[in-house]
Design a protein around this ligand. Structure first.
Ligand SMILES: [Zn+2]
Length: 130
């Protein structure tokens, strides 16, 4: 039973009990039923709005899903660029090395040194060949 049907049922009950004898009560019941009617009217409006909203969301969903291919295309392009950047970083990668003098580890840039160039340990300042 819908809210509207329940209200109609209630109205029938009230009218059936012939409460019109009591003018005050009748007025009260009319006000009550009128309030319930307007609530149901507003609920209908809300339900209609909700239908509109649902349609809108479904449209949005379709739009997002249909543009998904483009989006992933952009993403793979981006990741491609990212890989390029990562490769660039690889060229300046730091290698861990252990100082033979103090046996402490530090990082150096292999590309910044010639093959026979000595490294300087930042801990003890001893030069050594890698
Ligand atoms: Zn050292």
């Amino acid at each position: 039973m819908s809210a509207r049907e329940k209200i109609a049922y209630l109205r029938g009950l009230i009218e059936g009990q012939n409460l019109a004898e009591n003018a005050g009560m009748s007025k009260f019941h009319e006000a009550l039923l009128g309030t319930l009617d307007s609530i149901v009217d507003e609920l209908d409006d809300i339900a209609a709005d909700q239908d509109d909203l649902r349609e809108y969301v479904e449209d949005l969903e379709d739009e997002v899903l249909s543009s998904d291919g483009d989006a992933s295309g952009d993403l793979s392009e981006l990741s491609g660029c990212h890989e390029c950047a990562a490769e660039g970083e690889d060229e300046e990668e730091y290698e861990p090395v252990t100082c033979p003098a103090c046996e402490k580890d530090f990082f150096y840039q292999p590309d910044a040194y010639d093959d026979d160039e000595e490294l300087i340990c930042p801990h003890c300042g001893e030069p050594f060949k890698q």
